[in-house]
Ligand binder design. Sequence first.
Ligand SMILES: [Zn+2]
Length: 126
Amino acid sequence: MNLPDLENKADLLYSQALRKSKADHRGMVTCILCGKEMPWEESECSHYIPRGNKRTRFHPSNTHINCHDCNIRHNDNQEPFRKWMLANTFPGGVSFLRKLSREYIYSLDYRILLDETIKQSKLILK
Ligand SMILES: [Zn+2]
């Protein structure tokens, strides 16, 4: 599989696995920013550091549940998400992600990350 196709597959499966794993016994999840409750299938996987960054694209500390509206709003105004991150990630988590996002990743390593993400996500979705 070529890299863009592998990346699309990993994005889809990672997003589904994250959202499903956060669901309660009713299959509901809560938007971290506005508190809206919704079925996990309707929620979105939002990236604090934008998804274009390969290092943080599949990092659990960088990916959180959003409703569609908050995920769109986040593109224009990062402040609510930043505040939430500072209050809810581990101490130094935001700086850690920023630092990680600046590290180069070789395409071979990225391919391994994609393969591993797909494998782990499938286990969660079973
Ligand atoms: Zn929301």
